[in-house]
Design a protein around this ligand. Structure first.
Ligand code: GDP
Ligand code: GDP
Length: 425
């Protein structure tokens, strides 16, 4: 999906704008290990287009901004962005820090929108024209706090977004992600080589993605990944096929993501990070503990360990495999189907409301929260809209409890759900 990235020095109003765009109804800001350094992201819908908006706030404010890793992450985001919103503070005028950011963005100037914020303050109007000296053509005066100019900005942003690729074939879109050497290519080969799997001879290719179609128990599956597949079946998949940078793209293109962990090394920070990316995008997930042959623990012990270390993926089934021997591969595919079934579930409004009532009666929401009405807006992921008097009063721990119980009640055991809180006066 297209990305719109917000950058700017601290205090110019980035998070205010972010919250306004996202409307707080969908706070993706999960409290998860391993993603503290990441930018904030959420999906925005505007005039029948959707895009990810990313607030780089935390990244640029980081004291070791100079640190290679962060620089790389920012650079990566800027490269990926379809549009960059460069925010400055109209009230303060141009500062050294603004110039530093401008320099960083200059190579991307074609897609930079210079957003001059705080136009509700008189001084900002006087300063506005100074900002043209930063060298960007598209200048948008706004007030993030009051919402002024934001609609016009969004209109122009979506008109700049390239058309998205559409998936040409129907089927369950599946990918394998994980750190290098955990056994992803061995698993892909084991899956495609399994005697229950029928691989279609021609890999489909889209502009920058490669897809392999296969069937399992009568279900069409599409193995998606970006660039690098050489032949569809019985081939060695090179390491470069699965570089970490690509996993984000692979996750975005999938319905179900297999998060592969090397059991001989245990769950490390990077595994949690990738897991966090899957959870935040509301993708179906199967946790695959591979290289089970290399450790001496029981299946139960291992599963308990994985569950604990990847607790934010509490909906994901866990499968243990020995990729090199093809062990566990069928169970893996069976679980992929199971997750997908839940991921596609659609419930009637009356049923959803009964479930909502049940959850509310079990544990009343804190404060003065009321829920008026609920319905399921879409599937993949199952997305529920709740009309409530005050979306902002929903604290994250109550929301988590609510999500978990709603999943149970609606019998969506193995897939994530998305909760959208809308306000109704
Ligand atoms: P960030 O550090 O760039 O994310 O900036 P914040 O969004 O936290 O905003 C910094 C300060 O500017 C806060 O006190 C906001 O209330 C204020 N602010 C943000 N947008 C506006 C605006 O449009 N007008 C005015 N007057 N203040 C704003
Ligand atoms: P990738 O980088 O994630 O694609 O990992 P590979 O599939 O290339 O596997 C990395 C190494 O781990 C290779 O030497 C594989 O033979 C080995 N390997 C993969 N799966 C297993 C397994 O289940 N057990 C053992 N013992 N080795 C494995």
């Amino acid at each position: 999906m297209n990305k719109v990235v917000i950058v700017g020095r601290p205090n110019v109003g980035k998070s205010t704008l972010f919250n306004r765009l996202v409307g707080k109804r969908l706070s993706i800001v999960h409290d998860m290990p391993g993603i503290t350094r990441d930018a904030l992201e959420a999906i925005v819908h505007w005039k029948d287009k959707s895009f990810w908006v990313v607030d780089t706030g935390g990244l640029l404010e980081d004291k070791d901004y100079i640190a290679q890793e962060i620089r790389k992450r920012v650079q990566e985001l800027l490269n990926q962005a379809s549009v960059i919103l460069f925010m400055v503070d109209g009230k303060e005028g141009i500062t050294h820090a603004d110039r530093a950011v401008a320099e960083l963005l200059y190579p991307y100037r074609e897609k930079v929108f210079l957003v001059v914020n705080k136009m509700d303050v008189k001084k900002a109007k006087e300063n506005l024209y100074d900002f043209y000296s930063l060298g960007f053509e598209k200048v948008y005066p706004i007030s993030a706090q009051h919402g002024r100019g934001v609609g016009e900005l969004l209109d122009d942003v979506v008109s700049m977004l390239p058309e998205e690729e559409v998936a040409q074939r129907e089927g369950l879109r599946l990918s394998f992600v994980g750190r290098p050497n955990v056994g992803k290519s061995s698993l892909v080969n084991a899956v495609l080589g399994s005697d229950r799997v029928i691989v279609s001879p021609i890999p489909g290719t889209t502009r920058d993605a490669v897809e392999v179609y296969f069937e399992y128990k009568g279900n069409p599956l599409i193995l998606v990944d970006t660039a690098g597949i050489r032949r569809p079946s019985k081939v060695e998949y090179g390491v470069e096929f699965f570089s970490v940078g690509r996993s984000i793209k692979a996750i975005e293109m999938s319905d179900v993501v297999c998060l592969v962990v090397d059991l001989s090394e245990g769950v490390v920070h990077q595994d949690q990070r990738i897991g966090g990316l899957i959870a935040r995008r509301y993708k179906g997930c199967v946790i695959v503990g591979n290289k089970f042959d290399l450790i001496n623990s029981t299946e139960e012990e291992v599963k308990e360990y994985l569950r604990k270390r990847l607790s934010f993926l509490d909906y994901a089934p866990i499968v243990l495999t020995v990729a090199t021997e093809g062990k566990g591969v069928r169970e893996l595919l069976d679980n992929v189907l199971l997750v997908y079934q839940d991921y596609c579930k659609q419930h009637k409004t009356s049923f959803v409301n009964r479930c909502v009532e049940k959850v509310l009666s079990e544990k009343a929401p804190p404060g003065r929260i009321k829920v008026y009405y609920a319905y399921q807006e879409s599937t993949k992921p199952p997305t529920f809209v709740l009309y409530t008097n005050n979306p902002e009063e929903w604290k994250s721990h109550y929301k988590k409890f609510f999500e978990r119980r709603l999943r149970e009640c609606t019998n969506i055991k193995h897939a994530p759900i998305r909760l959208i809180l809308r306000s109704r006066e």
